[in-house]
Ligand binder design. Structure first.
Ligand code: MV4
Length: 513
């Protein structure tokens, strides 16, 4: 490994928008590094622009003409004297060609080397590398299928049900379940032509189908001096159509012994591709407790805060330190999770109408505060949510000493939350907190889709219903204070003052209902 000489960044350009750009600005400011935001016309008044030292327009609203303009962004970074670029997630974050352009411009990417992004971008290549490195992969073929005859023979030896996957796919794109031999021919043709059309690469392969697994992923950090550590797992099984909804750390079913084995496998995976910076190794974990490598996400992930909450570490700060050439500290050698963290992704979408995006102005925004609550939010009251980008507004994260306390805190936090002007998926979470399987941690990757299809998660329909706890509290408070006013308090007059103030406060809360 060619360790770049240690350096100190004076200015970093953030090649992203929304909550993750805000997250990155925060880490940089705490390190005393100047921040340069970029924005499209739709984001001129965005939070990253408000919070950074300088901000530069890069183009009109559509991503293709703004946040995806890699060459223009590299040119801008050079022109403004930035030392490095942080790509966040999405957009340019996993483009090996962008990483190469950054490297060639003499800038640092706060992320992995382009070679590691490329190696993990090909699913067949990464499968082969993982097998070599002794990382468990799902039983299946090790090279691209030549033709249907070869696929048929391989399918017989692996057994049904199985999956056909595009080598250039990932994140749920370009894959098909094949339940029985009858279905193979049509699935083979469909997967191959879809792969060619969608990815310009028609290489496909076979894997045994893992039924109702959990999605458990390991956060790793790797420095430029050959050291790689695991920060433990995140449970990400609660997702809807490959879009994660709830993430937690630790997983309710991962023992310290399993955590150690999955962590070692993830470290080997990172080492096998010469990984540096923060990355995530995704595994399927089946009901028998066996785990299999799925893919590696070569970026900072949306759900990184749950790991931060249970480890006390600042992952973005470590990303910056690693990119500056600093070594990982000894404190990272044996990280064990403390307590339990749960993250909810807040989306501007309508859970009552098939989760269609719901852009518009945020008329009211009240986020929860208090012990154990963190909000990583990309918007503010009065901000406009654009139709041009992912509808995620931000994330609400809670921490508790154990999963039970985290769940109680989550319920309390949701009761404090109000978002008006746009539809959000908050009602879904209120329903989930009443779901026995969720409460018990009985999760798998198909659970949410199953429950939604069966109508088992019926969110309270009207937003007024969501305000019932507060209305009831205000009414009860009001009754108690009027009684207290009639009968003088034994402690004297001062307390009544506080009660009166409290009553006004409680009633003010109901105006938002
Ligand atoms: C699988 C699988 C079952 N068996 N592979 C979906 C996203 C992509 N990363 C791989 N995916 C899957 N691969 C085998 N052999 C089930 C899925 C899968 C899934 C995986 C992780 C999180 C959510 C998922 C939802 C549906 C299917």
């Amino acid at each position: 490994m060619s360790a770049a000489p240690a350096t100190h960044f004076d200015k970093v350009l953030i090649a992203n928008r929304g909550e993750i750009a805000v997250r990155i600005v925060r880490a940089l400011r705490e390190l005393g590094i100047r921040t340069a935001a970029i924005y499209s016309d739709a984001d001129r008044r965005g939070l990253p622009v408000l919070l950074s030292d300088e901000a530069h327009r890069i183009g009109p609203a559509p991503s293709r003409e703004s946040y995806l303009k890699g060459e223009a962004i590299v040119e801008l970074a050079v022109a403004i004297g930035a030392d490095a670029i942080h790509p966040g997630y999405g957009f340019l974050a996993e483009r090996a060609d962008f990483a190469r352009q950054v490297e060639e411009a003499g800038l640092r990417l706060i992320g992995p080397p382009s070679s590691a992004i490329a190696a993990m971008g090909s699913k067949l290549e990464s499968r082969r590398l993982m097998l070599e490195a002794g990382v468990p992969v799902v039983p299946g073929g090790d090279s691209a299928l030549a033709d249907l005859d070869q696929a048929t023979a391989l399918a017989e030896s692996i057994g049904y049900p199985l999956m056909l996957k595009a080598s250039a796919g990932g994140g749920g794109k370009g894959m098909r379940l094949v339940r029985e031999p009858d279905e193979l021919k049509a699935a083979y043709r469909a997967t191959r032509s879809e792969a060619a059309a969608s990815f310009g690469d028609d290489a496909i392969y076979i894997e045994k189908y893992v039924d109702r697994p959990r999605h458990v992923e390991i956060q790793v950090l790797a420095d430029q001096h050959g050291k790689v550590v695991s920060l433990g797992e995140r449970e990400c099984s609660l997702q809807r159509r490959h879009q994660k909804v709830v993430e937690e750390a630790p997983s309710p079913v991962v023992s310290p012994e399993l955590r150690a084995r999955m962590g070692e496998a993830a470290v080997r995976a990172a080492q096998a591709v010469g990984y540096t910076n923060a990355g995530t190794v995704e595994f399927l974990l089946d009901a028998a407790g066996e785990f299999y490598f799925l893919e590696m996400n070569t970026r900072l992930q949306v759900e990184h805060p749950v790991t931060e909450m249970v480890t006390g570490l600042d992952i973005v700060r470590w990303q910056i330190a690693i990119a500056q050439g600093e070594p990982l500290a000894p404190e990272l050698d044996a990280v064990e999770p403390v307590g339990h963290a749960i993250e909810l992704r807040l989306y501007a979408e309508d859970p009552f109408h098939n989760f269609v995006p719901s852009p518009g102005r945020i008329e009211r925004l009240r986020l929860p505060e208090g012990p154990g609550v963190r909000n990583d939010c990309g918007v503010y009251e009065g901000a406009d949510v654009s139709i041009h980008y992912d509808p995620m507004l931000g994330k609400m994260i809670v921490w508790g000493r154990d999963r039970g306390e985290a769940l109680r805190r989550l319920r309390r936090a949701l009761e404090e939350t109000r978002i008006e002007g746009i539809r959000t998926n908050l009602p879904l979470y209120r329903a989930l907190l009443d779901d026995d399987d969720f409460r018990a941690g009985n999760l798998d990757i198909a659970m949410l889709d199953r429950k939604l299809a069966a109508g088992d998660l019926r969110p309270a329909q009207a937003s007024e219903n969501a305000d019932l706890p507060l209305l009831a509290a205000a009414l009860e408070h009001s009754l108690r204070t009027s009684r207290a006013a009639a009968a003088p308090s034994p402690e004297g007059g001062r307390r009544g003052h506080w009660r009166e103030a409290g009553r006004r406060e409680a009633l003010r809360g109901t105006r938002w209902s």
